[in-house]
Design a protein around this ligand. Structure first.
Ligand SMILES: NC(=O)c1ccc[n+]([C@@H]2O[C@H](COP(=O)([O-])OP(=O)(O)OC[C@H]3O[C@@H](n4cnc5c(N)ncnc54)[C@H](OP(=O)(O)O)[C@@H]3O)[C@@H](O)[C@H]2O)c1
Length: 319
């Protein structure tokens, strides 16, 4: 049954689920199609109607969009209007001078290729995936404005922009009456740098704040505290270079202390980490990843819960 609460995204008409599902990992060419199908089906059952992908998600790049496009066409096409689908461009996708960055050439060609892989006429939100200091901001923003005016995206998002560039981009977008809908940034119990920059910046611009990697890629589930590395986990997968075993265990002392707090409260650490994020003022949606339906269920159960006690919040914050 769908009991997912929805939150307003900035000052827009869009409501997003408290928990959204990202396809960065787990939807690559090597991932079993049936498991991907089960994840999307379960997400929809749970009311997780926002799916976040990017052109370079896989591996290899393009594979996650292809997988989602296949599933949408085969099974979920009739539910397109229930879904809020995001994609992005701005990281390396093809060789030569136009395969990367924030130029008009890259963003427009990138979105066209994404739409072909997704087998969609439009996406709900298109992101500039990262700031490109070598391209004039005006050029990137004009491309985003034109993309919305072409009907290929309904809204614009920005990702990983530093606060000042974000503010300038928002001003240019607002001037053209294509306001920035949402900004994505890393935010979790182990990385709170957003509190000193992006979180207040999104509030000031009335833009939706979306926290990605809320479990620090699985570290905040506590599973890397075990002596043996969990088989198939992101830290041991060779196609998943962003979380090495060393990085997965670099914060073990802090994670163990958080796990002790979670155990004392009788809440799984993964859920507590997500509930802590959902309690932070200004967060519109928490963007998780899940390898299987059981992980998805555990994470989704963090939504719609009673607020955590002040005591619990400050115990976590202190760590
Ligand atoms: N804008 C950007 O630049 C950017 C950057 C990064 C991410 N994102 C978005 O944010 C989304 C989420 O990022 P993320 O995948 O790093 O999120 P995350 O939620 O921090 O990590 C997800 C991973 O944690 C593990 N996990 C999840 N639930 C678990 C549970 N209950 N118990 C044990 N392990 C659990 C799984 O990894 P195992 O394989 O180890 O089981 C899962 O794939 C991405 O898919 C993407 O859409 C955006």
């Amino acid at each position: 049954m769908n009991t997912m609460p929805y939150r307003r995204c900035g000052r827009s008409g869009v409501l997003l689920p408290e928990i959204s599902l990202g396809l960065w990992h787990n939807f690559g060419a090597a991932d079993a199609r049936e498991r991907c199908r089960a994840l999307i089906a379960r997400a929809l059952d749970l009311g997780i109607c926002h799916l976040d992908v990017a052109d370079n998600y896989g591996p290899p790049p393009g594979a996650a969009e292809r997988c989602l496009g296949d599933l949408l066409q085969r099974e979920f096409a009739a539910r397109r209007d229930e879904l809020f689908i995001a994609t992005k461009a701005g990281h390396l996708m093809w060789s030569g001078p136009y395969g990367d960055g924030g130029s008009r050439k890259h963003l427009i060609a990138g979105l066209d290729a994404s739409l072909r892989r997704l087998r969609l006429d439009y996406v709900d939100v298109f992101y500039s995936h990262r700031p490109d200091p070598d391209t004039p901001l005006e050029e990137t923003v004009q491309a985003l404005i034109d993309i919305v005016r072409s009907g290929k995206a309904l809204y614009i998002g920005l990702s990983k922009y530093p606060p000042e560039r974000f503010r300038r981009a928002c001003a240019l977008l607002a001037e053209a009456r294509v306001p920035c809908l949402v900004h994505q940034f890393r935010y979790n119990l182990l990385d709170r740098s957003a509190e000193g920059g992006m979180l207040p910046a999104t509030a000031q611009q009335s833009v939706g704040a979306m926290a990605f990697s809320p479990l620090a890629q699985g570290v905040l589930s506590g599973k890397y505290l075990a002596e043996a590395l969990p088989p198939d986990s992101r830290a041991v997968r060779s196609d998943s270079p962003f979380l090495t075993p060393e990085r997965a265990r670099a914060e073990s002392a802090r994670v163990a202390a958080m796990d002790a707090v979670a155990r004392a409260a009788g809440i799984p650490l993964a859920q507590l980490a997500l509930r802590w994020l959902l309690a932070q003022p200004g967060i519109c949606s928490v963007l998780i990843g899940a390898r299987n339906v059981s992980q998805l269920d555990t994470c989704a159960a963090a939504a719609g819960q009673a607020p955590l006690s002040e005591e619990l919040l400050s115990a976590l914050s202190a760590l």
